[in-house]
Ligand binder design. Structure first.
Ligand SMILES: Cc1ncc(COP(=O)(O)O)c(C=O)c1O
Length: 393
């Protein structure tokens, strides 16, 4: 049992969060329903998931999962002990082909991939240049490394170049997301790739939200944001998650063989943890084969375009829309108002999560709307009508 002074410390810290409308509660997701299953009376339609292609509930994937011969639920060991299998290595070869890199390395999650890669490749004499809106796992990787970390203003490549020019470190790492997870906008990857080349930086792109969603549309390759900008070969290290566009679970890094070998030897979140279970690798492999057909992305794009057209009609303040991006932030500002708006939408049958500090800056709270192939035009237009109604009063 905690003694009185210790429990007082935790209690007052939580009270403080409550007073600032920053307190977080776990809620049961049982009543949040995938768009195709929404029964307006008992469930709310999910506009907050990262399952942009609807693959987490895809019927043929679920059928395959039922039929999989799963001899073991988990390898119960790290990759370097007895957890490495031909199934994981096959998935890594598929991911390397997808990302057009020499090799890949699967991590248990995208979070662990970011933390494990950045903290491992950056040493005391390294300078890291990181966008201010980069995901918490990138921030934590930077913190764990002993490098000098420079945070540059979001997508401000002019400022980035100034900071890099003044850096005295020999080894430089430039890291950005592809599609930013909360803002939904794209990094200026063409400019960023040019800067990385000019100043000899190792370019790392975490494309958790663009992977399998965008890419070179003409080639229908959907290899992510670097593909969309035509700079995939300028990215040295690609990091991503299997738990978003693919609707599965896990994380991975695609990179040169040399970096993979370095990570296998030195990346602590790879070495000192159990491997991703084989059946999750197998299901990811099937999910990739469906995603690679490019049909779901076309459907998603139709929904994004429909959202854009309808939102323009209603002229909603604070709504930031980008072509091709399934993430639409609605910036409200005050934390309390954002929570209230989220609750009102929930009463009308729409689940749109309120995002607050520290995920975004203080007083820049937002509703993060995420679109999926599974939404119907009717669900999208009803959501927009309701938002317009609540915000214009
Ligand atoms: C940009 C970004 N990178 C990494 C992650 C972590 O991925 P995972 O959920 O696989 O741990 C997330 C998760 O939200 C993310 O948004």
């Amino acid at each position: 049992m905690l003694d009185k002074s210790n429990s007082h410390y935790f209690q007052s810290s939580l009270e403080n969060l409550k007073n600032q409308h920053l307190y977080r509660r776990l809620r049961l997701a049982d009543k949040i329903s995938s768009p195709e299953n929404t029964n307006a009376r008992s469930t709310v339609c999910d506009f907050s998931s990262n399952d942009y292609l609807g693959l987490s509930r895809n019927e043929s994937l679920r059928e395959i999962l039922k039929k999989l011969d799963i001899p073991t639920i988990s390898q119960c060991s790290s990759r370097l002990i007895s957890g490495n299998t031909s199934t994981i290595e096959r998935l890594e070869r598929i991911l390397s082909k997808h990302r057009k890199t020499e090799n890949s390395l699967v991590y248990p999650t995208g979070y662990m991939a970011n933390v494990g890669v950045i903290s491992c490749i950056a040493g005391e004499n390294t300078a890291i240049f990181s966008d201010e809106l980069n995901h918490a796992s990138i921030i934590d990787g930077c913190r764990l490394s002993k490098a000098i970390v420079h945070i540059f203003p979001h997508n401000n490549t002019r400022e980035l170049e100034k900071i890099i020019k003044n850096s005295k470190q020999n080894m430089k790492i430039l890291i950005t997301e592809g599609i930013f997870s909360m803002n939904g906008d794209f990094a200026k990857l063409d400019e960023i790739a040019r800067i990385a080349k000019q100043y000899n930086c190792i370019l790392v792109v975490d494309d958790a939200h663009g992977d399998f969603i965008v890419g070179n549309k003409l080639l229908k390759d959907y290899s992510g944001s670097p593909g969309l900008f035509g700079v995939e070969h300028d990215v040295d290290i690609h990091i991503s998650s299997l738990s978003k566009g693919l609707g599965c679970f896990g994380g991975y890094v695609s990179c040169p063989e040399l970096i993979r070998n370095y990570l296998i030897n030195k990346s602590r979140s790879f070495v000192f943890t159990s491997s991703l279970p084989d059946f999750l690798c197998e299901i990811a492999e099937y999910s990739i084969s469906i995603a690679k057909k490019g049909i779901l992305q076309e459907k998603l794009n139709n929904n994004i375009n429909y959202f854009i057209e309808t939102a323009r009609e209603y002229n909603i303040p604070g709504l930031k829309i980008k072509n091709f991006s399934p993430i639409v932030p609605l910036i409200i500002g005050q934390e309390e108002k954002t929570i209230t708006t989220s609750r009102k939408l929930e009463e009308q049958g729409f689940y749109v999560q309120a995002i607050r500090y520290p995920t975004v800056k203080r007083n820049e709270a937002q509703l993060r709307i995420s679109l999926s192939t599974k939404h119907t035009y009717e669900q999208i237009s009803e959501l927009i009508k309701n938002i317009a109604h609540f915000l214009k009063r």
